[in-house]
Design a protein. Sequence first.
Length: 242
Amino acid sequence: MQQPTRPRPINFWLYLGLPLATALGLILLELTSVDMDIANLFFDPAAGQFIGRHSYLLENILHDRVKQGVILLGVMSLVTFAASFFWKRLFGWRRELGCLVLALGLSTAFVTPLKKVTQVQCPWSLTQFGGKETYSKLLEPRPATDKPGLCWPGGHAATGFCLFGLFFMLRDRKPRLARVALTVAFVAGSVLSLGRMMQGAHFLSHNVWTAVFCWLIGLGSYYLILYRRGMAEVPAAERSVA
């Protein structure tokens, strides 16, 4: 059986500090009109709708098909993790697979509960864009309505940013492949976020918040399952300061 892989040193000032700084920036963004200004770029006043509202590419491919693909990845990860308890060739990857399953699961499960708690309206529902609902920022009180919003954080953005879990899964064993996975996750999350913004489903900040949450979930899963456990298996005299 393959020996446990020693975790590579990790700079928590970078891995934890950058997302926390981004979260602080998002809070300060509440003082500006950036969200609304960017949303206006995607709204066509003449047509009375967002430019991507009925796009086949954005709705059927980048929304439905991509979501199905990530669900398939999650199922395959879970099955492979279960198989690692019985198939010797997977024994050495059990913890990495467990980390991936946990990261993918939490990165997609946290969205709906937060939507129900925050009740933030989607751009397409607002009076500024032809809807009937009153605009309010994340930290402001919600105006009275019969249809509470379900748009914060960005759910579809999590379909892409949940792939941060692949980066953390591969970080110690396959550093080069891990960097590829990080790029794929960032690009996928950004493209899916942009697509939903073009449809009027989310403001920019909704999706950036999702990226922050997904990164922290991936980092937490990695720390608990791979990094912390791995450091405990390395003799104290050989540990690097991380």
